[in-house]
Design a protein around this ligand. Structure first.
Ligand code: AMP
Ligand code: ZN
Length: 111
């Protein structure tokens, strides 16, 4: 049995607030949103960090999934896609995910 939080969402053991899905990826609302829209896009397959993501097709599916989320949620004025990698990148959940943030003006640099 997996201990991975996001794998449990893929399997349905935990039911996330899904906004987009296809054969390869699942996108759901972040439980602690940092913007009016804050969605996580994950691969259905368990991959710990982007350092271990060696499947370019899957990487593309994740990015296109993020764009689909933005389109479906009406982020026509713009949005941010972020990936945190390992400790110094601020990664807390070790199952690759893209953050899609929108609905307010983003600032740069991120903290
Ligand atoms: P990161 O710091 O990049 O690993 O981001 C992990 C994200 O997962 C954070 O933004 C958390 O708020 C989010 N998160 C943690 N637990 C859950 C959950 N049960 N449902 C949805 N999002 C979650
Ligand atoms: Zn996982």
């Amino acid at each position: 049995m997996t201990e991975c939080l996001f794998c449990k969402m893929v399997s349905g053991d935990i039911v996330p607030d899904v906004v987009f899905e296809n054969e390869k990826v699942l996108a759901f609302r972040d439980i602690n949103p940092q913007a009016p829209v804050h969605v996580l896009v994950i691969p259905r397959q368990h991959v710990e960090t982007i350092d271990e993501l060696d499947d370019s097709k899957l990487a593309g599916e994740l990015l296109l999934g993020a764009c689909s989320v933005a389109r479906e949620l009406g982020l026509s004025k713009g949005y941010r896609v972020a990936i945190n990698c390992k400790a110094e990148g601020g990664q807390e959940v070790y199952h690759v995910h893209l953050h899609v943030l929108g609905g307010r003006q983003m600032t740069w640099p991120p903290g």
